[in-house]
Design a protein around this ligand. Structure first.
Ligand code: MN
Length: 460
Protein backbone atom coordinates (compact mmCIF):
# COMPACT_ATOMS: atom_id res chain seq x y z
CA UNK A 1 0.00 0.00 0.00
CA UNK A 2 2.87 2.35 0.77
CA UNK A 3 4.99 3.47 -2.18
CA UNK A 4 8.29 4.53 -0.64
CA UNK A 5 9.79 6.02 -3.81
CA UNK A 6 6.77 8.24 -4.31
CA UNK A 7 6.73 9.34 -0.68
CA UNK A 8 10.43 10.11 -0.74
CA UNK A 9 10.03 12.22 -3.85
CA UNK A 10 7.07 14.10 -2.40
CA UNK A 11 9.02 14.78 0.79
CA UNK A 12 12.07 15.99 -1.13
CA UNK A 13 9.90 18.26 -3.24
CA UNK A 14 8.27 19.78 -0.16
CA UNK A 15 11.69 20.39 1.39
CA UNK A 16 12.95 22.00 -1.83
CA UNK A 17 9.91 24.23 -1.95
CA UNK A 18 10.49 25.36 1.64
CA UNK A 19 14.14 26.01 0.86
CA UNK A 20 13.38 27.93 -2.35
CA UNK A 21 10.37 29.89 -1.17
CA UNK A 22 12.27 33.03 -0.10
CA UNK A 23 13.65 33.59 -3.60
CA UNK A 24 10.21 33.62 -5.28
CA UNK A 25 8.68 37.01 -6.02
CA UNK A 26 5.33 35.28 -6.05
CA UNK A 27 3.69 31.88 -6.12
CA UNK A 28 1.22 31.03 -8.86
CA UNK A 29 -1.31 28.32 -8.06
CA UNK A 30 -3.24 26.92 -11.02
CA UNK A 31 -5.88 24.30 -10.31
CA UNK A 32 -8.62 22.40 -12.14
CA UNK A 33 -12.28 23.44 -11.71
CA UNK A 34 -14.09 20.19 -10.90
CA UNK A 35 -14.61 19.13 -7.27
CA UNK A 36 -11.20 17.46 -7.14
CA UNK A 37 -9.49 20.54 -8.57
CA UNK A 38 -11.37 23.11 -6.50
CA UNK A 39 -10.69 21.30 -3.23
CA UNK A 40 -7.04 20.86 -4.27
CA UNK A 41 -6.87 24.61 -4.89
CA UNK A 42 -8.39 25.31 -1.47
CA UNK A 43 -5.70 23.20 0.20
CA UNK A 44 -2.87 24.95 -1.65
CA UNK A 45 -4.37 28.37 -0.84
CA UNK A 46 -4.41 27.64 2.89
CA UNK A 47 -0.93 26.16 2.71
CA UNK A 48 0.44 29.31 1.07
CA UNK A 49 -1.34 31.58 3.53
CA UNK A 50 0.18 29.67 6.43
CA UNK A 51 3.62 30.20 4.88
CA UNK A 52 2.79 33.90 4.56
CA UNK A 53 3.74 33.90 0.89
CA UNK A 54 2.67 36.29 -1.82
CA UNK A 55 0.47 34.31 -4.19
CA UNK A 56 -2.06 34.43 -7.01
CA UNK A 57 -4.50 31.66 -7.72
CA UNK A 58 -6.32 30.68 -10.92
CA UNK A 59 -8.92 28.02 -11.69
CA UNK A 60 -8.47 26.68 -15.23
CA UNK A 61 -11.26 24.61 -16.85
CA UNK A 62 -9.05 23.36 -19.73
CA UNK A 63 -11.23 25.04 -22.37
CA UNK A 64 -8.12 26.57 -23.97
CA UNK A 65 -5.07 24.69 -25.26
CA UNK A 66 -2.32 24.71 -22.62
CA UNK A 67 0.14 26.49 -24.83
CA UNK A 68 -2.18 29.41 -25.42
CA UNK A 69 -3.23 29.64 -21.79
CA UNK A 70 0.09 29.41 -20.04
CA UNK A 71 2.08 31.69 -22.36
CA UNK A 72 -0.54 34.40 -22.14
CA UNK A 73 -0.57 34.09 -18.33
CA UNK A 74 3.20 33.74 -18.05
CA UNK A 75 3.76 37.32 -19.25
CA UNK A 76 2.24 38.66 -16.04
CA UNK A 77 4.10 36.39 -13.59
CA UNK A 78 6.86 38.00 -11.55
CA UNK A 79 10.31 36.55 -12.08
CA UNK A 80 11.44 34.35 -10.35
CA UNK A 81 8.26 32.60 -9.36
CA UNK A 82 6.98 29.14 -8.53
CA UNK A 83 4.04 27.67 -10.42
CA UNK A 84 2.07 24.96 -8.64
CA UNK A 85 -0.18 22.88 -10.90
CA UNK A 86 -2.91 21.12 -8.92
CA UNK A 87 -5.10 18.41 -10.43
CA UNK A 88 -3.97 19.39 -13.93
CA UNK A 89 -0.68 19.76 -15.76
CA UNK A 90 0.52 20.93 -19.16
CA UNK A 91 2.16 18.31 -21.39
CA UNK A 92 5.94 18.02 -21.12
CA UNK A 93 6.48 19.83 -24.42
CA UNK A 94 4.65 22.94 -23.22
CA UNK A 95 6.58 22.95 -19.93
CA UNK A 96 9.88 22.69 -21.84
CA UNK A 97 8.84 25.57 -24.15
CA UNK A 98 7.76 27.71 -21.20
CA UNK A 99 11.02 27.18 -19.34
CA UNK A 100 13.06 27.97 -22.42
CA UNK A 101 11.43 31.39 -22.36
CA UNK A 102 11.39 31.79 -18.56
CA UNK A 103 14.22 29.67 -17.14
CA UNK A 104 13.72 31.09 -13.64
CA UNK A 105 10.19 29.75 -13.20
CA UNK A 106 10.19 26.74 -10.90
CA UNK A 107 7.42 24.24 -11.59
CA UNK A 108 5.71 21.99 -9.03
CA UNK A 109 3.40 19.40 -10.56
CA UNK A 110 0.87 18.08 -8.04
CA UNK A 111 -1.36 16.21 -10.50
CA UNK A 112 -2.58 12.64 -10.91
CA UNK A 113 -3.53 12.50 -14.61
CA UNK A 114 -1.33 10.54 -17.00
CA UNK A 115 1.64 12.74 -17.84
CA UNK A 116 2.39 13.38 -21.51
CA UNK A 117 6.15 13.35 -21.86
CA UNK A 118 7.92 15.39 -24.50
CA UNK A 119 9.18 12.76 -26.99
CA UNK A 120 12.63 14.34 -27.23
CA UNK A 121 13.35 16.71 -24.35
CA UNK A 122 13.71 15.76 -20.69
CA UNK A 123 12.17 18.11 -18.14
CA UNK A 124 14.66 20.64 -16.75
CA UNK A 125 15.84 20.28 -13.14
CA UNK A 126 13.59 23.03 -11.83
CA UNK A 127 10.50 20.95 -12.61
CA UNK A 128 9.37 18.89 -9.61
CA UNK A 129 7.02 16.31 -11.02
CA UNK A 130 5.17 14.60 -8.16
CA UNK A 131 2.71 12.85 -10.49
CA UNK A 132 2.04 9.53 -8.70
CA UNK A 133 1.40 7.67 -11.96
CA UNK A 134 5.15 8.05 -12.66
CA UNK A 135 5.70 5.89 -9.56
CA UNK A 136 3.31 3.13 -10.64
CA UNK A 137 0.31 4.31 -8.67
CA UNK A 138 -3.21 4.29 -10.10
CA UNK A 139 -4.11 7.96 -10.46
CA UNK A 140 -7.76 7.39 -9.59
CA UNK A 141 -8.41 4.34 -7.44
CA UNK A 142 -5.30 4.84 -5.32
CA UNK A 143 -4.70 8.55 -5.37
CA UNK A 144 -6.77 11.40 -6.80
CA UNK A 145 -5.66 15.00 -7.20
CA UNK A 146 -6.87 16.25 -3.86
CA UNK A 147 -5.28 13.34 -1.98
CA UNK A 148 -1.96 14.23 -3.56
CA UNK A 149 -2.34 17.97 -2.85
CA UNK A 150 -3.25 17.20 0.75
CA UNK A 151 -0.22 14.94 1.21
CA UNK A 152 1.99 17.66 -0.24
CA UNK A 153 0.53 20.36 2.02
CA UNK A 154 0.89 18.11 5.06
CA UNK A 155 4.50 17.49 4.12
CA UNK A 156 5.03 21.27 4.01
CA UNK A 157 3.38 21.87 7.39
CA UNK A 158 1.77 19.41 9.83
CA UNK A 159 -0.89 22.01 10.65
CA UNK A 160 -2.43 21.43 7.21
CA UNK A 161 -3.85 18.21 8.63
CA UNK A 162 -6.96 20.24 9.41
CA UNK A 163 -7.68 20.23 5.65
CA UNK A 164 -8.21 16.47 5.32
CA UNK A 165 -11.99 16.91 5.03
CA UNK A 166 -11.44 18.72 1.73
CA UNK A 167 -9.84 15.56 0.40
CA UNK A 168 -13.05 13.64 1.17
CA UNK A 169 -14.98 16.00 -1.13
CA UNK A 170 -12.55 15.82 -4.04
CA UNK A 171 -12.38 12.04 -3.80
CA UNK A 172 -16.17 11.74 -3.90
CA UNK A 173 -16.21 13.68 -7.16
CA UNK A 174 -13.34 11.96 -8.93
CA UNK A 175 -13.67 8.29 -7.98
CA UNK A 176 -17.50 8.11 -8.20
CA UNK A 177 -17.15 5.09 -6.00
CA UNK A 178 -18.11 3.76 -2.60
CA UNK A 179 -15.78 4.40 0.30
CA UNK A 180 -15.49 0.61 0.78
CA UNK A 181 -13.63 0.52 -2.55
CA UNK A 182 -11.11 3.27 -1.75
CA UNK A 183 -7.54 2.06 -1.93
CA UNK A 184 -4.03 3.04 -0.92
CA UNK A 185 -3.52 6.78 -0.33
CA UNK A 186 -7.18 7.69 -0.90
CA UNK A 187 -8.09 5.29 1.87
CA UNK A 188 -5.28 6.47 4.09
CA UNK A 189 -6.33 10.12 3.87
CA UNK A 190 -10.02 9.34 4.44
CA UNK A 191 -9.10 7.34 7.53
CA UNK A 192 -7.03 10.28 8.72
CA UNK A 193 -9.98 12.65 8.25
CA UNK A 194 -12.23 10.25 10.19
CA UNK A 195 -9.70 9.90 12.98
CA UNK A 196 -9.40 13.68 13.25
CA UNK A 197 -13.19 13.93 13.54
CA UNK A 198 -13.48 16.09 10.41
CA UNK A 199 -15.72 13.59 8.62
CA UNK A 200 -17.87 10.70 9.78
CA UNK A 201 -18.37 7.26 8.34
CA UNK A 202 -21.82 5.64 8.28
CA UNK A 203 -23.32 2.44 6.99
CA UNK A 204 -26.67 2.24 5.27
CA UNK A 205 -28.47 3.18 2.09
CA UNK A 206 -26.16 4.91 -0.39
CA UNK A 207 -28.49 6.68 -2.78
CA UNK A 208 -25.75 8.98 -4.03
CA UNK A 209 -27.25 12.05 -5.63
CA UNK A 210 -30.14 12.30 -3.15
CA UNK A 211 -28.56 11.18 0.10
CA UNK A 212 -29.66 14.33 1.97
CA UNK A 213 -33.34 13.78 1.11
CA UNK A 214 -36.32 11.87 2.49
CA UNK A 215 -36.21 8.29 1.33
CA UNK A 216 -38.77 8.43 -1.53
CA UNK A 217 -36.99 11.41 -3.07
CA UNK A 218 -33.53 10.01 -2.39
CA UNK A 219 -34.24 6.78 -4.24
CA UNK A 220 -35.62 8.59 -7.28
CA UNK A 221 -32.70 11.04 -7.30
CA UNK A 222 -30.03 8.38 -6.94
CA UNK A 223 -27.49 8.38 -9.79
CA UNK A 224 -25.05 6.02 -8.10
CA UNK A 225 -26.62 3.55 -8.24
CA UNK A 226 -29.22 4.59 -10.78
CA UNK A 227 -32.36 2.57 -9.96
CA UNK A 228 -33.88 1.42 -13.27
CA UNK A 229 -37.14 0.12 -11.79
CA UNK A 230 -38.05 3.57 -10.40
CA UNK A 231 -37.37 5.51 -13.62
CA UNK A 232 -36.92 8.66 -11.57
CA UNK A 233 -40.62 8.56 -10.65
CA UNK A 234 -41.36 9.47 -7.04
CA UNK A 235 -44.83 7.89 -7.09
CA UNK A 236 -43.34 4.51 -7.95
CA UNK A 237 -40.95 4.93 -5.02
CA UNK A 238 -43.78 5.85 -2.67
CA UNK A 239 -45.86 2.80 -3.62
CA UNK A 240 -42.87 0.57 -3.14
CA UNK A 241 -42.12 2.01 0.31
CA UNK A 242 -45.75 1.72 1.33
CA UNK A 243 -45.68 -1.97 0.47
CA UNK A 244 -42.70 -2.31 2.80
CA UNK A 245 -44.47 -0.33 5.53
CA UNK A 246 -41.77 2.33 5.46
CA UNK A 247 -42.71 5.98 5.89
CA UNK A 248 -41.52 7.77 2.70
CA UNK A 249 -40.92 10.91 4.77
CA UNK A 250 -38.12 9.24 6.75
CA UNK A 251 -34.66 10.63 6.08
CA UNK A 252 -32.23 8.16 4.51
CA UNK A 253 -29.98 8.46 7.53
CA UNK A 254 -32.80 7.53 9.92
CA UNK A 255 -33.71 4.18 8.36
CA UNK A 256 -33.28 1.17 10.64
CA UNK A 257 -30.99 -1.71 9.59
CA UNK A 258 -34.07 -3.89 8.97
CA UNK A 259 -35.67 -1.24 6.74
CA UNK A 260 -32.42 -0.82 4.84
CA UNK A 261 -32.24 -4.55 4.13
CA UNK A 262 -35.86 -4.65 3.00
CA UNK A 263 -35.36 -1.79 0.51
CA UNK A 264 -32.20 -3.33 -0.92
CA UNK A 265 -33.91 -6.72 -1.25
CA UNK A 266 -37.01 -5.24 -2.89
CA UNK A 267 -35.02 -3.21 -5.43
CA UNK A 268 -32.56 -6.08 -6.04
CA UNK A 269 -29.65 -3.66 -5.92
CA UNK A 270 -26.94 -4.77 -3.48
CA UNK A 271 -24.82 -1.71 -4.34
CA UNK A 272 -27.50 0.44 -2.69
CA UNK A 273 -26.08 -0.56 0.67
CA UNK A 274 -22.65 0.52 1.79
CA UNK A 275 -20.56 3.09 3.61
CA UNK A 276 -20.90 6.81 3.13
CA UNK A 277 -19.24 9.91 4.49
CA UNK A 278 -20.69 13.03 6.04
CA UNK A 279 -19.24 16.32 7.25
CA UNK A 280 -20.67 16.89 10.75
CA UNK A 281 -20.20 20.67 10.67
CA UNK A 282 -22.36 21.12 7.56
CA UNK A 283 -26.06 20.58 6.99
CA UNK A 284 -28.40 19.43 4.23
CA UNK A 285 -26.84 18.82 0.84
CA UNK A 286 -23.41 19.95 2.08
CA UNK A 287 -23.51 17.35 4.84
CA UNK A 288 -22.92 14.63 2.22
CA UNK A 289 -19.62 14.51 0.32
CA UNK A 290 -20.86 12.98 -2.95
CA UNK A 291 -23.60 15.60 -3.36
CA UNK A 292 -21.23 18.37 -2.20
CA UNK A 293 -18.70 17.32 -4.83
CA UNK A 294 -21.34 17.14 -7.56
CA UNK A 295 -22.51 20.65 -6.77
CA UNK A 296 -18.97 22.03 -6.85
CA UNK A 297 -18.35 20.42 -10.23
CA UNK A 298 -21.62 21.81 -11.62
CA UNK A 299 -20.68 25.35 -10.57
CA UNK A 300 -16.90 25.17 -10.98
CA UNK A 301 -16.48 24.90 -14.74
CA UNK A 302 -18.03 28.31 -15.47
CA UNK A 303 -17.53 29.97 -12.12
CA UNK A 304 -14.52 28.66 -10.19
CA UNK A 305 -14.66 31.42 -7.58
CA UNK A 306 -18.29 30.66 -6.73
CA UNK A 307 -17.37 26.97 -6.39
CA UNK A 308 -14.45 27.95 -4.17
CA UNK A 309 -16.81 30.00 -2.05
CA UNK A 310 -19.04 26.96 -1.58
CA UNK A 311 -16.32 25.31 0.48
CA UNK A 312 -16.61 28.02 3.11
CA UNK A 313 -20.39 27.61 3.55
CA UNK A 314 -22.21 25.29 5.96
CA UNK A 315 -25.52 25.33 4.13
CA UNK A 316 -26.34 25.37 0.41
CA UNK A 317 -27.79 28.60 -1.05
CA UNK A 318 -31.28 28.13 -2.48
CA UNK A 319 -30.48 29.02 -6.09
CA UNK A 320 -27.62 26.52 -6.17
CA UNK A 321 -29.79 23.80 -4.72
CA UNK A 322 -32.27 24.36 -7.55
CA UNK A 323 -29.43 24.12 -10.05
CA UNK A 324 -28.27 20.90 -8.41
CA UNK A 325 -31.70 19.28 -8.47
CA UNK A 326 -32.17 20.19 -12.16
CA UNK A 327 -28.81 18.71 -13.04
CA UNK A 328 -29.59 15.55 -11.11
CA UNK A 329 -33.04 15.14 -12.64
CA UNK A 330 -31.57 15.49 -16.12
CA UNK A 331 -29.12 12.65 -15.46
CA UNK A 332 -31.85 10.36 -14.11
CA UNK A 333 -34.18 11.09 -17.00
CA UNK A 334 -31.38 10.72 -19.55
CA UNK A 335 -30.40 7.34 -18.12
CA UNK A 336 -34.05 6.28 -18.28
CA UNK A 337 -34.17 7.37 -21.93
CA UNK A 338 -30.89 5.57 -22.57
CA UNK A 339 -32.34 2.29 -21.29
CA UNK A 340 -35.47 2.57 -23.43
CA UNK A 341 -33.77 3.62 -26.66
CA UNK A 342 -33.27 1.26 -29.54
CA UNK A 343 -29.62 0.29 -29.75
CA UNK A 344 -27.50 -1.31 -32.42
CA UNK A 345 -25.96 -4.28 -30.70
CA UNK A 346 -23.22 -6.36 -32.34
CA UNK A 347 -21.27 -9.17 -30.72
CA UNK A 348 -18.73 -6.74 -29.27
CA UNK A 349 -20.25 -3.25 -29.29
CA UNK A 350 -23.35 -1.27 -28.47
CA UNK A 351 -24.05 1.82 -30.56
CA UNK A 352 -26.67 4.32 -29.44
CA UNK A 353 -27.75 7.12 -31.75
CA UNK A 354 -29.05 10.04 -29.69
CA UNK A 355 -29.52 12.46 -32.60
CA UNK A 356 -32.55 14.65 -31.77
CA UNK A 357 -33.25 12.62 -28.64
CA UNK A 358 -30.91 13.98 -25.99
CA UNK A 359 -28.93 17.24 -26.18
CA UNK A 360 -25.32 16.92 -27.41
CA UNK A 361 -23.95 18.51 -24.24
CA UNK A 362 -25.18 15.50 -22.23
CA UNK A 363 -23.81 12.63 -24.32
CA UNK A 364 -20.51 12.22 -22.55
CA UNK A 365 -22.13 12.49 -19.13
CA UNK A 366 -24.62 9.73 -20.00
CA UNK A 367 -21.77 7.56 -21.23
CA UNK A 368 -20.01 7.97 -17.89
CA UNK A 369 -23.05 7.31 -15.71
CA UNK A 370 -24.27 4.41 -17.87
CA UNK A 371 -20.81 2.88 -17.40
CA UNK A 372 -20.38 3.36 -13.65
CA UNK A 373 -23.91 2.08 -13.15
CA UNK A 374 -23.25 -0.93 -15.37
CA UNK A 375 -26.62 -0.60 -17.10
CA UNK A 376 -25.42 -2.18 -20.34
CA UNK A 377 -23.44 -5.30 -21.19
CA UNK A 378 -19.99 -4.52 -19.81
CA UNK A 379 -18.32 -7.04 -22.07
CA UNK A 380 -19.06 -4.70 -24.98
CA UNK A 381 -17.72 -1.30 -25.97
CA UNK A 382 -20.27 1.51 -25.75
CA UNK A 383 -20.61 4.15 -28.48
CA UNK A 384 -22.99 6.90 -27.56
CA UNK A 385 -23.56 9.93 -29.74
CA UNK A 386 -25.04 11.08 -33.00
CA UNK A 387 -24.91 13.86 -35.55
CA UNK A 388 -23.02 16.91 -34.28
CA UNK A 389 -23.68 20.59 -34.99
CA UNK A 390 -20.89 20.38 -37.56
CA UNK A 391 -22.70 17.62 -39.44
CA UNK A 392 -20.31 14.76 -38.73
CA UNK A 393 -20.90 11.85 -36.35
CA UNK A 394 -19.60 12.42 -32.84
CA UNK A 395 -19.32 9.65 -30.25
CA UNK A 396 -18.39 9.24 -26.62
CA UNK A 397 -16.81 5.84 -26.27
CA UNK A 398 -16.58 3.80 -23.06
CA UNK A 399 -14.95 0.48 -22.23
CA UNK A 400 -15.36 -1.16 -18.82
CA UNK A 401 -12.42 -2.58 -16.85
CA UNK A 402 -13.80 -6.06 -17.69
CA UNK A 403 -13.74 -5.23 -21.40
CA UNK A 404 -10.13 -4.04 -21.14
CA UNK A 405 -9.14 -7.18 -19.26
CA UNK A 406 -10.71 -9.31 -22.00
CA UNK A 407 -8.91 -7.38 -24.74
CA UNK A 408 -5.29 -7.74 -23.77
CA UNK A 409 -5.29 -4.47 -21.80
CA UNK A 410 -6.58 -2.45 -24.76
CA UNK A 411 -9.61 -0.22 -24.54
CA UNK A 412 -11.19 2.97 -25.81
CA UNK A 413 -8.12 4.84 -27.08
CA UNK A 414 -6.87 1.83 -29.08
CA UNK A 415 -10.31 1.27 -30.65
CA UNK A 416 -10.56 4.94 -31.61
CA UNK A 417 -7.10 4.86 -33.13
CA UNK A 418 -8.03 1.87 -35.29
CA UNK A 419 -11.31 3.53 -36.33
CA UNK A 420 -9.44 6.69 -37.35
CA UNK A 421 -6.95 4.53 -39.27
CA UNK A 422 -9.73 2.92 -41.25
CA UNK A 423 -12.22 5.75 -41.72
CA UNK A 424 -10.33 8.96 -40.96
CA UNK A 425 -11.82 11.45 -38.56
CA UNK A 426 -10.33 12.37 -35.18
CA UNK A 427 -10.38 11.32 -31.57
CA UNK A 428 -8.52 10.24 -28.46
CA UNK A 429 -8.79 9.41 -24.80
CA UNK A 430 -7.60 6.75 -22.41
CA UNK A 431 -8.50 3.11 -21.79
CA UNK A 432 -11.85 3.64 -20.10
CA UNK A 433 -13.16 6.72 -21.90
CA UNK A 434 -12.67 8.78 -25.00
CA UNK A 435 -14.32 10.67 -27.80
CA UNK A 436 -14.21 10.55 -31.60
CA UNK A 437 -15.66 11.97 -34.80
CA UNK A 438 -16.10 10.43 -38.24
CA UNK A 439 -17.72 11.53 -41.50
CA UNK A 440 -21.40 10.79 -41.70
CA UNK A 441 -20.89 8.69 -44.89
CA UNK A 442 -18.53 6.44 -42.94
CA UNK A 443 -21.06 5.74 -40.20
CA UNK A 444 -22.65 2.68 -41.87
CA UNK A 445 -19.14 1.23 -42.29
CA UNK A 446 -18.49 1.69 -38.60
CA UNK A 447 -21.47 -0.43 -37.61
CA UNK A 448 -20.47 -3.03 -40.19
CA UNK A 449 -16.80 -3.31 -39.26
CA UNK A 450 -16.88 -2.63 -35.54
CA UNK A 451 -16.61 -6.32 -34.55
CA UNK A 452 -13.64 -6.77 -36.82
CA UNK A 453 -12.01 -3.64 -35.37
CA UNK A 454 -12.52 -4.78 -31.80
CA UNK A 455 -11.30 -8.27 -32.64
CA UNK A 456 -8.13 -6.80 -34.10
CA UNK A 457 -7.28 -4.80 -30.97
CA UNK A 458 -7.40 -7.92 -28.83
CA UNK A 459 -4.11 -8.94 -30.37
CA UNK A 460 -2.38 -5.55 -30.31
MN1 MN B 1 -8.79 14.99 -10.50
Amino acid sequence: MINQKFENYLETTALEFLENKEKYEEIISIHHTDADGISSGAIIKKMLERLDLNYKQYGFNLDLPWKEYIFKMGKSFKNPCAIIFSDLEPPGSVICDLLEKYPKFDIYIIDHHLFKKDPIRELPENVYNCNPTLFGLNGLKEIVGVTLNYLFAREIDERNKDLAWLAAIGMGGDTLDHIDNYKSYNKLVIEEAIELGQVELHEGICAFGGQYERVDKALTMSILPYIPSLQGDRDIAKILLKKLNIDPKLKVMDLTPAQIDEIVKKLKLPSLKGEYITIPKKTGLLHHVFEYATLISIVGHDNPSEAFQLLTLNRVPKDLKIKYVEHNKAIVSNLTTFLKLKKIETSSAIIVDLTNKIDVSRWSNIGSFATINKIYDEEKALFIGGMSKEGDMKFSVRCSPIFIENHNGNGTNVIIKEINNRFGGSGGGHGLAGGMRIDIEKYPLLTKEIDDIINSIRNN
